[in-house]
Design a protein around this ligand. Structure first.
Ligand code: PTJ
Length: 269
């Protein structure tokens, strides 16, 4: 019998949910090293719940959103990737790789400020190969007045001057505030009806652990595409319609589960 009594977070490979547990433990380890805020554990659990309802896979609608998001980031004058604790803990290598391919700097921007967190995330990103990280010099931050949370302090060479901001796992008020000051927002949020999802220009409803590798793949393909073709991709994308189709996917999947769940259980006894 496999146990995890020692709490060392080694996940048995044959565990039916080993993939999900692996990421859960990354979040827990991240909290111990200050990368992740305590509330980040709750945010992750909320995400897991929505992921279940999407069948824990990237939908066609998410793929459409990813393509449009990459096109928007590639055509931006100043694109920036905003990094919080959960995203850094889950996929530091992918953040660095995407940042290099699309030429968009990483800026650490936290909702929950706590002594040592910025340093911990900086070290993690540098360990993953990041050469340049913005949002480190707390003395030289500027404020976004429209925003009351800690996230209002931004780097004068990053989010402040960006025309397109990529905000994985966001809390709603910042997306709204950034939109109000004219930024275009690309969001990743497993909750299709969060305020972030509804306010963003392009909402990718999928798990960040699947989104970043897919964005990297698409970015490699689109990097040398004509500007005209990239603009066409952006223009053809309709975020509202995409979110509605995603909700249809969730409804369809849940209905299917209603039929299948107990059959699976019966067959495995
Ligand atoms: O590191 P900090 O201090 O900047 O804080 C980061 C968190 C995520 C704790 C903070 O931004 C927060 O509290 O966010 P919320 O308001 O809980 O929103 C997070 C959203 O991300 C929720 O809608 C979740 O469903 C979603 N989410 C959680 N995990 C994932 C996710 N979306 C995509 N991929 C995930 N792995």
């Amino acid at each position: 019998m496999t146990t995890n009594n020692d709490q060392d977070h080694d996940v048995p490979k044959d565990h039916p949910r080993s993939e999900s547990l692996k990421y859960r433990h990354k979040i827990i380890e991240g909290m111990k090293t200050l990368v992740v805020a305590e509330a980040g554990l709750i945010a992750h659990g909320r995400g897991e719940c929505f992921d279940y309802m999407l069948g824990e896979k990237t939908s066609m609608t998410a793929k459409e959103a990813i393509k449009a998001a990459v096109a928007l980031l590639l055509t931006a004058t100043h694109a920036i990737i905003s990094v919080n604790g959960n995203t850094a803990a889950l996929c530091p290598n992918e953040l660095v790789e995407l940042s290099e391919i699309i030429n968009a700097p990483l800026e650490i921007n936290l909702f929950y400020r706590k002594e040592g967190r910025i340093e911990a995330i900086k070290n993690l990103l540098q360990g993953a190969g990041a050469k340049k990280i913005l949002g480190l010099d707390e003395q030289n931050m500027v404020e976004i007045e429209e925003l009351s949370s800690n996230r209002r302090n931004v780097d004068p060479n990053g989010i402040k001057i960006a025309d397109v901001v990529f905000v994985p796992l966001e809390d709603g008020d910042r997306t709204e505030a950034l939109k109000k000051i004219g930024k275009k927002i690309v969001a990743v949020d497993l909750n299709p009806i969060s305020r972030t999802s509804l306010w963003a220009d392009i909402t990718i409803v999928d798990n960040i652990i699947r989104v970043l590798p897919e964005m990297i793949k698409v970015a490699k393909k689109l990097k040398n595409a004509d500007e005209k073709d990239l603009k066409n991709i952006i223009e053809r994308f309709d975020n509202k319609k995409n979110i509605q189709l995603t909700l249809d996917t969730i409804i369809k999947y849940t209905k299917q589960q209603k039929k299948d769940a107990f059959i699976k259980l019966r067959n495995s006894i």
